[in-house]
Design a protein around this ligand. Structure first.
Ligand SMILES: Cc1cc2nc3c(=O)[nH]c(=O)nc-3n(C[C@H](O)[C@H](O)[C@H](O)COP(=O)(O)OP(=O)(O)OC[C@H]3O[C@@H](n4cnc5c(N)ncnc54)[C@H](O)[C@@H]3O)c2cc1C
Length: 376
């Protein structure tokens, strides 16, 4: 594989780098898990959208640049290296949008994508329930035909751990439309505004007191027919398209980990402990390995090869690497370091990496069965 970037790609990288150097806020924005921080991040998303940088891989008609995956990876490297803010729109842009492009009607795409890219609508993912996390097919939230007979639906039930739902505008989620169905069958994928009548959003306070998650209660919530994505009873198939984006390339690009690894090396340079310096070099090498693996995966995708269970391997790798790097940073900072700070925030979030997007135990089950062919 030829890893030299063409002059066109290098020019794209230079353009992104120059734009970010000019626009990234000098001071970090307040946390997006606060009301004020959420709106500041929304405003940042609009700035990105104005420069057609919010979703470079989307088609131009929806606000993107029609860039291929390699350009998107380049964008991500520059983005995270510049210290730009976290992406409050990531559930929409990186998870729902690829699914919407694959399964949405032309009207659904035209309605949702332009508002999503400008963060006019920020989306939350409403999948997990109190009794359905790893075993998502155990979900109990229901959707029944609206008694008016106009093709709409009535939603009931509870979702939980919905990231950013405390302040988001819309959600996408799975509901059981066939009451006689079991497990993966009879589910339907819905999209609806969080200010719909009958929706109650109850924020969940995290360890740090911020509202990073919410529970969402649905009490006979009406959803019109065009709130269904991908057809009645097709929910599992449609949802699997989202999880593949979530675990694989699009949620966690290597640029994010390379940026952390570079900062870790800077930190390790000042350390007198050779074992910590060695560990930092190892972490940087692992990040580079993930980066090269991702470029290979992007090349294979471009050739039409599906990622399949490979996305599970990637998810385990990036989540464990991220945690290792943050643990090491705290070791390097030592017990005398100030308690608050970006490394500690990053560490707390890295702890969640092996849980969200499907726990690593579940990913290992998938790898064992589908990659290694081991018995269930
Ligand atoms: C930061 C973060 C953000 C999240 N954001 C969202 C969101 O936006 N929307 C949303 O819907 N959900 C979200 N979640 C929820 C997440 O999807 C679930 O936490 C996850 O799927 C695990 O489900 P659970 O918490 O119910 O744990 P459980 O499924 O109860 O699992 C408990 C433990 O048992 C293990 N386990 C379970 N089944 C098996 C098995 N078959 N084999 C081996 N081990 C097993 C698990 O690995 C885990 O260690 C988020 C979670 C986190 C941490």
């Amino acid at each position: 594989m030829d890893l030299t970037f063409s002059p066109r790609r290098r020019a794209f990288r230079a353009e992104v780098r120059a734009w970010l150097a000019e626009h990234v806020p000098a001071a970090p924005l307040p946390s997006m898990d606060t009301a004020e921080g959420f709106e500041r991040h929304r405003a940042w998303e609009r700035e990105l959208a104005d420069a057609r940088l919010a979703a470079v891989s989307w088609p131009r008609e929806y606000g993107g640049r029609g860039a291929d995956l390699i350009d998107w990876l380049i964008f991500e490297e520059e983005y995270w290296a510049s210290g730009a803010p976290g992406r409050v729109s990531q559930n929409g842009i990186f998870l729902l949008a690829p699914t919407l492009m694959a399964y949405g009607t032309p009207e659904q795409k035209a309605r949702h994508l332009p508002r999503m890219v400008r963060a006019d609508d920020v989306w939350a993912q409403a999948w997990s329930e109190p009794e359905a996390g790893s075993d998502l097919a155990a979900l109990r939230a229901t959707a029944a035909p609206d008694p008016s007979g106009d093709g709409g639906w009535r939603l009931n039930g509870q979702k939980t751990w919905s990231s950013r739902a405390a302040y988001a505008d819309w959600c996408f989620g799975l509901f059981r439309t066939d009451p006689d169905s079991e497990r993966h069958r009879g589910l339907t994928y819905f999209m609806l505004p969080l200010d719909s009548e009958g929706v109650t959003v109850r924020p969940i306070a995290q360890l740090d007191g911020e509202h990073g998650f919410a529970e969402i209660f649905f009490d006979d919530v009406r959803v019109p027919p065009d709130g269904v994505l991908g057809g009645i009873g097709q929910g599992w198939k449609v949802a699997m398209a989202t999880t593949s984006s979530e675990r694989g390339l699009t949620l966690r690009s290597p640029g994010r980990f390379m940026a952390t690894a570079d900062r870790l090396l800077d930190l390790a340079r000042g350390s007198a402990d050779p074992s910590l310096r060695d560990a930092a070099v190892q972490a940087w090498t692992d990040s580079e390995a993930y980066r090269l693996h991702t470029f290979r995966a992007a090349a294979r995708l471009a050739e039409g090869v599906e990622l399949g269970a490979d996305s599970s391997l990637m998810k385990v790798f990036w989540s464990e690497l991220d945690l290792r790097m943050h643990e090491l940073a705290l070791d390097l900072l030592g017990p005398g370091a100030p308690v608050a700070g970006p490394w500690l925030d990053g560490y707390l979030f890295a702890l969640a990496g092996p849980i969200y997007a499907g726990t690593n135990e579940i990913q290992r089950n998938i790898i064992a069965e589908r990659v290694l062919g081991l018995p269930r």
